[in-house]
Design a protein around this ligand. Structure first.
Ligand code: CTP
Ligand code: CA
Length: 233
C-alpha cells in the first residue's frame, strides 16, 4: 500500500465536473452522438481528486473507466446531465468538459423506424437541448464561485471562445481546436490523448503548448487550487 502524503489544497471543496458526449435517442436502437471520448474531462476529475477535492463527475456514455477517488453519476442525454448537475449543487466550482449534444430528435419513436418500401430516408426534425453551462453560469443563486467551460471550435478559436465566455457567464473557457487536421496527436483532439488549449478569461488569452490530456488536467487542477485552495502548511 502506497501512503499518499501529497498536499491536499482542495480538501473539503466540492467540485462538479461534466465529461464525455451525450447520446440523444432517435428510436429504440439509434441515437445522435459525437466523437468525445471523455478523456479530458475524466483526467480533470482525477487530477482534482488527487488534490483532495470532493469530485462529483457527471459522465455521458464513455468507453473509459471511472476515475479513481471520484463519485460518478452516469447519464445518457443532455437533459439527464443537466438534472444530475443541478442535483449536485451547490458546489465550490464546476467544470463543464462534456461535449453535450446541441440537438436531440424532436420526438423519440417508440418503435424502430422502418425503411418502408423504398420511399428513401425520412427527415429528422431536431430541437435544441438546454445549455447546462449557461444555465448555471448565469444563475443568480446556484452559480458556484468558480465556473470553467470548454469551447470546441474548428475556426476562429479565440473569437468564438470569448463569445462563449461572455454568453455563458464562465470565469474561464478552455478553448480547443477540434479539427481532425489540427495536427494534434495524429487524429486530432477528439478521441486522442493529446491536447493544445488556449485558456481564455476576461483578463486575456493564454496559449498552452501541446501536451497530454493528463498534463492539461494537472495544470487546470493547479489553477483551481490557486483560485479555491487553502495554502498548505
Ligand atoms: N455546453 C453545455 N450544454 C450544452 C452545450 C454546451 O453545458 N447544451 C457546454 C460545454 O460543456 C462546454 C461549453 O458549453 O463547456 C461550450 O460548448 P460548445 O459546444 O463549444 O459551445 P456551444 O455553446 O454548444 O456552441 P457551438 O457548439 O454552436 O459552437
Ligand atoms: Ca455545442
Amino acid at each position: 500500500r502506497i501512503l499518499d502524503t501529497a498536499p491536499k489544497p482542495l480538501a473539503g471543496k466540492r467540485i462538479v465536473v461534466t465529461s464525455g458526449p451525450t447520446h440523444e435517442p432517435i428510436d429504440p436502437v439509434r441515437y445522435i452522438a459525437n466523437r468525445s471520448s471523455g478523456k479530458q474531462g475524466h483526467a480533470i476529475a482525477a487530477a482534482l481528486a488527487r488534490l483532495g477535492a470532493d469530485v462529483r463527475l457527471v459522465s455521458g456514455p464513455v468507453a473509459i473507466p471511472d476515475p479513481a477517488g471520484v463519485s460518478v453519476t452516469h447519464v445518457e442525454t443532455a437533459r439527464q446531465m443537466k438534472a444530475a448537475v443541478e442535483g449536485l449543487l451547490p458546489a465550490d466550482a464546476a467544470i463543464f468538459a462534456a461535449a453535450v449534444a446541441d440537438w436531440r430528435a424532436a420526438t423519440e419513436a417508440d418503435e424502430k423506424m422502418k425503411k418502408e418500401g423504398g420511399k428513401g430516408p425520412s427527415s429528422l426534425p431536431l430541437t435544441e437541448n438546454p445549455d447546462i453551462l449557461a444555465g448555471i453560469g448565469r444563475h443568480e443563486s446556484l452559480r458556484p464561485g468558480l465556473v470553467i467551460g470548454f469551447a470546441a471550435e474548428t475556426e476562429r478559436l479565440v473569437e468564438n471562445g470569448r463569445a462563449k465566455l461572455r454568453r455563458k457567464g464562465a470565469d474561464y473557457i478552455v478553448a480547443n481546436d477540434v479539427s481532425p487536421d489540427s495536427g494534434i496527436g495524429g487524429t486530432g483532439v477528439m478521441g486522442g490523448d493529446r491536447n493544445r488549449i488556449t485558456l481564455l478569461s476576461p483578463d486575456g488569452a493564454e496559449e498552452w503548448p501541446e501536451m497530454s490530456k493528463d498534463q492539461v488536467a494537472e495544470r487546470l487542477a493547479g489553477l483551481v487550487a490557486e483560485r479555491l485552495g487553502r495554502p498548505f502548511p
